[in-house]
Design a protein around this ligand. Structure first.
Ligand code: DOR
Ligand code: ZN
Length: 345
């Protein structure tokens, strides 16, 4: 049997939700990853240091015994986020950044930023305090084609942010296009990107394969094959700017299999195994550890993990559903095989 032992990875972009839903999905992540950056797009959104402190405590309390998982937190930016709130976040010790959702871009983004002009003071304060900006990089302009929203965001917004605040460290989250990859590759120091398993493994045909496939709908939406190839090339390159962020985003089955389904793909059940597949297909399993376990920690200036996980080249069948606090969750690759499994699972 082929096995692959790597330094334990971190997930730098994760949706955990809250309450019983959070408790249902947390073990999948905590068995694989040492740390995860937990997204703040809850209802209501996590816009204060105090709210994030309580949310973090709920996550820690829901951890199964024996798992030493550390949630890292990020503040939900709004038009009204004050420099004082940024300073409180920075002093907390557990908040490492703030997340910019353009208002209306995605799930629970209604309280997000309506104009970049509104957040310059907060972004300046973040630069001073050393907090990292995480960006959902899509314009919300209804006149812009949904497949072009990321590329437009680069030109209209992100390039200006990066230039105007040279000390601000920025993660362009879940990049999906060749344009975004190129922007990050050539940007000034302090700019990086996360890449999801679905954007490495699937192109937009997967949304329409034999019929409409709501479980392949996420935001930013899957793109063309040439974009996927650019993402694979970036992730498997030796460029330290690209690292792992699953964007695992659980939604109850009935909220996806409906006339207006939610955006989000659940991948935490195989949050490292799916990347192993993508890296193997590219012939670059040797780069998986850097992408999954080193570059993100280095960018966020936290120590690399010292323990390891072992992956085995043994196919396993993903369940059709997982229980989800009285509902059901349809995971990525449901009912099909994944080529790698986590040792001990
Ligand atoms: O597909 C997505 N789901 N994209 C996002 O930006 C948000 C996420 C969610 O929270 O469900
Ligand atoms: Zn996300």
């Amino acid at each position: 049997m082929t096995t692959l032992r790597i330094r334990r990875p971190d997930d730098w972009h994760l949706h955990l939700r809250d309450g019983a839903h959070m408790a249902a999905v947390l073990p999948h992540t905590a068995r694989r990853f040492a740390r995860a950056l937990v997204m703040p797009n809850l209802k209501p959104p996590m816009t204060t240091t105090a709210a994030l402190g309580e949310y973090r405590a709920r996550i820690l309390a829901a951890l199964p015994p024996g798992l030493a998982f550390q949630p890292m937190m990020t503040l939900y930016l709004t038009d009204r986020t004050s420099p004082a709130e940024i300073e409180r976040a920075s002093a907390s010790g557990y908040i490492v950044g703030a997340k910019l959702y353009p208002a209306g871009a995605t799930t629970n983004s209604d309280s997000g930023v309506t104009s970049i002009e509104a957040v310059w003071p907060a972004l300046e304060a973040m630069s001073e305090a050393g907090l990292v900006l995480q960006v959902h990089g899509e314009v919300t302009d209804a006149a812009v084609d949904v497949f072009d929203r990321e590329a437009e965001f680069v030109d209209r917004i992100l390039a200006r942010v990066v230039e105007r605040i040279p000390g601000l460290r920025v993660v362009f989250e879940h990049v999906t296009t060749a344009r975004a990859v190129e922007f990050v590759r050539t940007a000034r120091p302090g700019v990086a990107a996360t890449i999801t398993p679905q954007h490495l493994l699937l192109n937009r045909n997967a949304i329409f394969e034999g019929g409409i496939r709501p479980h392949h709908y996420c935001l930013p939406v899957l793109k063309r094959e040439r974009d996927r190839l650019a993402l694979v090339a970036a992730a498997t390159s030796d460029d330290p700017r690209y690292f792992l962020g699953t964007d695992s985003a659980p939604h109850a089955r009935h909220t996806k299999e409906t006339s207006c389904g939610c955006a989000g793909i659940y991948s935490a059940h195989a949050g490292i195994e799916l990347y192993a597949e993508a890296f193997e297909a590219a012939g670059r399993l040797d780069r998986l550890e850097a992408f999954a376990s080193e570059r993100g920690a280095d960018f966020y200036r936290v120590p690399r993990n010292t323990d390891t996980i072992t992956l085995e080249r043994v196919p396993w069948r993903v369940p059709d559903r997982y229980p989800y606090a009285g509902d059901e969750l349809v995971p990525m690759r449901a009912g099909d095989e994944i080529g790698w499994r986590l040792s001990g699972e």
